[in-house]
Design a protein around this ligand. Structure first.
Ligand code: FES
Length: 111
């Protein structure tokens, strides 16, 4: 059992403080295992569905970093709800620098 924590606000506005995470655990898996509403992970983490879309809280953006080109292309598929701080949860893996990370689940795309 790890010692990392993430704080996720789900689509209903409920705040989930999820601790004891191992390094390498991704946010999509973490959300699904902890009943965070609005994260589906339909493609299983393959960066091919964008149903794990989150907004990274501003103060964490620099540490989390920009999406790569493949993830960016997938985020373009949900452009109606995309923001400058959008990332796909399955592509964010917990690491010590991200301990305490805070994200908000994005609403589903209408596209
Ligand atoms: S789970 Fe499909 S893109 Fe993240």
């Amino acid at each position: 059992m790890g010692n990392l924590t993430v704080i996720m606000t789900d689509v209903e506005g409920k705040v989930h403080r999820i601790g004891n995470l191992d390094e390498g655990r991704n946010l999509m898996e973490t959300a699904k295992a902890n009943g965070v509403a609005g994260i589906y992970g339909d493609c299983g983490g393959g960066c091919a569905c964008a149903t794990c879309h989150v907004y990274v809280d501003e103060q964490w953006w620099a540490k989390v970093g920009e999406p790569d080109d493949i993830e960016g292309a997938m985020l373009d598929m949900v452009a109606d709800v995309q923001r400058p701080n959008s990332r796909l949860g399955c592509q964010i893996r917990m690491r010590p620098e991200l301990d305490g990370l805070s994200v908000t689940v994005a609403p589903s795309s209408a596209a």
